[in-house]
Ligand binder design. Structure first.
Ligand SMILES: [Zn+2]
Length: 176
């Protein structure tokens, strides 16, 4: 009986063994869910604790970026359409990936029902597509890029359109 998040066909294709097989997340721990605000994401079905191993993941090795691939090294991507390929983004993530061990760890306590969220810039040099972020974190970058690429022209338009207050330094001195 297969209790993992992965269908039998994907297990057969990736052939995990040993630790990786034992650490695959179960369907009782995680689930894929679609919401109107966030689209498809992976959600916790039980609480996880800070520092806990959420699970190992399986993936196909590919050499081109796609919307659900994650970068292991430049020009070297992993594609997992059942788990990590569908993690949502947050600028204040609650999980972190080890792309070489192919494991996911919990950065802070996660309650049942919460989405697992990674920072896409933690793995990607450049994103399949840059996008505006509404994660709501105090440190939200507003526009998400890969860690090694500049904000694109659409991003500049978005960011300057959002600019309500003038940048620090050109504010008029407060009157006494
Ligand atoms: Zn954000």
């Amino acid at each position: 009986m297969n209790h993992t998040l992965y269908p039998r066909s994907f297990l057969d294709r990736c052939k995990p063994s040993g630790e990786a097989l034992r650490q695959l997340p179960s369907r009782s721990a995680l689930t894929k869910r679609t919401t109107e605000e966030c689209g498809v994401g992976i959600y916790a079905r039980r609480p996880f604790h800070r520092g806990e191993l959420i699970g190992s993941f399986l993936a196909l090795e590919i050499n081109e970026v796609n919307q659900h691939s994650l970068q292991r090294a430049p020009g070297d991507y992993l594609y997992d359409p059942y788990f990590v390929g569908y993690l949502l983004h947050s600028c204040d993530p609650n999980v972190v990936l080890d792309m070489h061990q192919q494991t996911v760890y919990c950065l802070r306590n996660i309650a049942a029902g919460e989405p697992l969220m990674m920072d896409y810039a933690s793995t990607e040099d450049s994103l399949f597509r840059q996008f505006p972020c509404a994660c709501g974190a105090p440190n939200c970058r507003q526009w998400v890029t890969g860690r090694a690429e500049p904000v694109n022209s659409e991003g500049w338009l978005f960011l300057t359109g959002q600019l309500i207050a003038p940048p620090a330094g050109i504010l008029p001195a407060a009157s006494n």
